[in-house]
Design a protein around this ligand. Structure first.
Ligand SMILES: [Zn+2]
Length: 304
């Protein structure tokens, strides 16, 4: 009987051991997948109102004209982006689905009625879905928080039936507080009430878990984030704060704002460039605060 050790049988090249420090195919494939996932992180756009009134779209920063919005959706389609929701991203995190190439999350703050009447039909025409951040207090029927601000007109908000219909269609409904206060200025108990009751109300309307949130005015603090986490939200969107890279802090997700002045080349530039990094660098430098509110750390954006 031979005392030689049996020679292991190599079934494929994947079983070959490292030689001279070279990695085997399995390791290289894993690294490729990791790099692809890093490059394929979702981008998040922030809208407020879509309007069909030229006077509004020419004077109010948060009002994008429906014709411009159509061109923007055509661009998004042409560049190969696929709109997803935070629900989709959660499934991806759970390993249940793969993300599409160039995932994009379209978000609409405040739940304006014109988001339902104008944006919803156009998005469905393009086969796209979106995330709508609505208020939890049904007695707030218009943007009363903007009352008295120069240049901002009154706008109606969606009612429960509208919200339920969007949810049934596959749009994601997220929370935006009960009454649109600056959450960072509230006590912990008041903040928790605004955030957690909104979740309960919207879940009753949609019969679906509400798992995403948008901070009113983009105002974020440690206490506000703790309230959002304690209430059970998994994702929360800021405006001009938070890490540049999606996924680093899912309770402070930086978004790219689309305004009435955003041109098609401007939106293309935002989508094909590392725009969040450029804003993040500007935000971190603090230099933006010298030019006004835009980009000021933590303070967010006045018209959010
Ligand atoms: Zn808002």
């Amino acid at each position: 009987m031979s005392d030689k050790a049996p020679v292991p049988i190599q079934t494929s090249t994947l079983d070959k051991p490292k030689q001279n420090g070279l990695r085997d195919n399995t390791e290289i494939r894993a690294r490729c997948e990791k790099t692809e996932n890093l490059l394929n992180r979702p981008r998040v756009l922030m809208y407020h109102r879509i309007v069909d009134d030229r006077a509004l779209s020419q004077t109010q920063q948060t009002c994008v004209h429906i014709h411009e919005f159509r061109k923007q959706l055509e661009l998004i389609d042409r560049l190969g982006y696929t709109p997803i929701t935070f629900y989709d991203y959660r499934l991806f995190q759970a390993g249940e689905i793969q993300l599409p190439k160039k995932p994009l999350i379209l978000t609409f703050d405040d739940g304006y009625l014109d988001t339902y009447h104008l944006a919803f039909p156009l998005l469905t025409e393009f086969g796209m879905k979106a995330v709508i951040f609505a208020l939890g207090d049904p007695s707030v029927r218009t943007n009363v928080w903007d009352a008295g601000k120069p240049g901002i007109s009154e706008a109606g908000l969606m009612e429960q039936d509208h919200i339920a219909e969007l949810s049934d269609y596959g749009f994601e409904i997220g929370g935006h507080s009960l009454s649109h206060p600056n959450l960072a200025s509230l006590s912990a108990a008041e903040c928790l009430h605004e955030v957690s009751k909104t979740k309960m109300v919207l879940e009753t309307i949609t019969h679906t878990e509400v798992q995403s949130f948008s901070y009113p005015y983009g105002e974020v603090s440690r206490q506000v984030k703790d309230c959002v986490a304690e209430s059970g939200y998994k994702y929360a969107c800021s405006v001009f704060s938070g890490p540049a890279r999606f996924g680093v802090d899912l309770l402070e997700i930086r978004r790219i704002a689309v305004h009435n002045t955003t041109t098609i080349p401007g939106l293309a530039l935002r989508l094909v460039s590392p725009y969040e990094y450029l804003e993040w660098m500007w935000w971190k430098s603090g230099s933006a605060s010298r030019f006004g509110k835009r980009g000021a750390p933590v303070k967010g954006y006045s018209l959010q």
